[in-house]
Design a protein around this ligand. Structure first.
Ligand code: GRF
Length: 201
């Protein structure tokens, strides 16, 4: 199976996926890491690990639709079975999302349906939540919605700042996201009527 990972920045989730795929010898390869930002830190890690990289800069296109069309062409050049969004900070057009229906995953740092969008850790603190976390879901046209694959919860502790809380969540993301992607490449995830069924053995 071919996995294409999209990033915009640090790429720590991408790194966790690359490491897990290697260490656990997945029946899959990371075919490419693609960024919409030329200076995304994660591109260096990917290149160092011999993974093809590409940059499709949204700034080079006059519209979202034009950008998405260009991005789709680059992605499809790697014949992906799965597209993984890992800190990819662009809103995608419905046509793009439909093209990868049931084969595009995202990780979002909140317990969806709580706190879609940006600044999730600030939102959770402001709401006085005592539990927070992250969600892996299939991507649908509506931002941060779509069939849930997995969630992980962490406590919100007294004195937490958004950064401290984000770090606590991120550590769990690095475990949860590779695991969900491995389920996918092993053919253990089915989506039926907008619901996910996982064969966890
Ligand atoms: C993560 O918190 C992820 O949940 C969110 O963006 C952040 C990306 O971090 N979508 P990284 O680039 O994977 O380090």
């Amino acid at each position: 199976k071919n996995i294409v990972i999209l990033i915009s920045g640090r790429g720590s989730n991408m790194e966790a996926v690359v490491r897990a795929a290697q260490a656990e010898q997945w029946p899959a390869r990371i075919a490419a890491v693609i960024s919409n930002k030329a200076d995304a830190k994660g591109l260096e890690f990917a290149a160092q690990h011999g993974i093809p990289t590409a940059v499709v800069s949204n700034k080079d296109y006059p519209s979202r639709a034009a950008f998405d069309a260009a991005l789709q062409e680059v992605i499809d050049g790697f014949s992906p079975d799965l597209v993984v969004l890992a800190g990819f900070m662009r809103i995608l057009t419905p046509g793009f999302v439909a093209h990868y229906e049931n084969r595009m995953l995202n990780i979002h740092p909140s317990l969806l349906p709580l706190f879609p969008g940006l600044h999730t850790h600030e939102q959770a603190l402001a709401a006085g939540e005592t539990t927070h976390g992250a969600t892996v879901h299939f991507v649908t046209a509506e931002l941060d919605h779509g069939p849930l694959v997995d969630q992980v919860a962490v406590p919100v502790l007294p004195g937490d700042t958004a950064d401290v809380l984000a770090a606590r969540v991120l550590e769990q993301e690095w475990i949860m996201y590779p695991r969900a992607i491995r389920w996918f490449v092993e053919g253990r995830i089915r989506v039926e009527d907008g619901k996910v069924a996982i064969d966890r053995h």
